[in-house]
Design a protein around this ligand. Sequence first.
Ligand code: ARG
Length: 228
Amino acid sequence: GTLAEIKERGKLIIGTEPTFPPFEYVNEKNEIVGFDIDIAQKIADELGVELEIVNLPFDSLIPALMSDKIDLIVAGMTITEERAKVIDFSIPYFNANQAIVVRGNEGFMPATLEDLKGKRVAVQLGTTGDLVVSDIKEIMVTRFQKFTDAFLELQNKRVDAVVLDEAVANAYVKTFPKFVVSAIIDTGEKYGIGVKKGNTELLEFVNTVVSNLFKSPYDLLVEKWFEE
Ligand code: ARG
């Protein structure tokens, strides 16, 4: 919806896929929480409306945004040229690379994507991790909607590695110490919040909220007392 429609409705509806800690995940109380959710809450607060979170498969987020089922995508989504053809992105809010995660106790320690040739690799369908491994035809790729299922597959030895965003890889390894990060693939990604094309007022509003997040309390005071 437009800025006016969101205010009228009294609710900001965001779409996300919550198997992506610490950006979005389901906690013990069955609530979706995380870094992205706090950013979304901030946007809702600034708009003076409630926040509603819609849980969707990652590859359904862009279609849901384009068909107005959600107002924003807040899902650790990398700004890519392909995606930017169909939706708009906010200013970047987080830098990311891909990581290779393996079981760790079996001597298989891939250092590069090349080392995954002839191996079975799990990814999340439609992610940038999916793209980088699918680029190498000798890799046997299995695509999952949930990262939790990709890691289950790794645990059950039905795949040899999982490829996903570095910060999220670190979060999974922390929870499941039997997994290790064997390599970082420098992809130089940046996350942005997805906004429907043409929804300029909402995009500008989101950009203001995100750019304010980068300002220190001191910067905000200087702005308040010395500028304009
Ligand atoms: N950054 C990657 C991408 O844009 C993965 C994002 C996955 N996000 C999620 N909430 N499952 O493709």
